[in-house]
Design a protein. Structure first.
Length: 191
């Protein structure tokens, strides 16, 4: 299991999104499947200023995935960044809130000044997997001279095809992280 997405058959090792793809992410987990009431809750968290949901979601991350976090021996928690123009419009980055709350629960430092979105991209939600990867080319960078610990935890709200976390992980690995893991609130169910 790589991304944690449900598999159609027991004999499958990877979901359709992960099959035949080079990985920079070591392993990842999500709290819930992106269905039922979860999409609405995330939408309100992300676009309707329900920042307090961050504490609830982070608490669920610890409840569901605390054992994984300990096993991964995380040195720093890093949120997936928003482009500054998008953050100005929204007023906050929901991934930063999740990372800060998760840091409070675990005692692992969260840093939002390591990974940057340097190119504004189109919203991913309307793109397929191939378009998502193309859309994110050259979108992220790591702060020059940053010394990363061996194990890094990347935080985001939704894992759909993995394009965003993989592009972020690639940059973190190139900057010296040995292993990049991810946690998200929800995960899609396949393509």
């Amino acid at each position: 299991m790589h991304c944690g997405k449900p598999l159609h058959r027991e004999t499958e090792e990877y979901c359709p999104d992960c099959r035949g793809y080079r990985f920079y992410i070591r392993e990842g987990r999500s709290v819930w499947l992106h269905r039922g009431k979860v999409p609405g809750a995330i939408y309100n968290f992300k676009y309707h200023n329900r920042r307090r949901y961050g504490k609830i979601f982070a608490g669920e991350m610890v409840r569901c995935c605390g054992g994984d976090i300990r096993r991964w021996q995380i040195g720093v928690i890093i949120p997936v960044p928003l482009h500054p123009s998008r953050k100005r419009i929204r007023g906050y980055n929901q991934a930063e809130i999740l990372a800060e709350e998760l840091s409070r629960f675990t005692g692992i430092p969260a840093k939002n000044n390591i990974l940057y979105r340097i190119r504004r991209t189109s919203p991913q939600k309307k793109l397929d997997g191939k378009e998502r990867r193309k859309n994110l080319r050259g979108a992220f960078a790591v702060k020059k001279g940053e010394h990363l610990p061996e194990n890094v935890l990347l935080i985001d709200d939704i894992y759909t095809t993995g394009s965003t976390v993989e592009k972020c992980a690639k940059m973190l690995r190139l900057a010296g992280a040995e292993n990049v893991y991810f946690l998200t609130v929800s995960i899609g169910q396949g393509t």
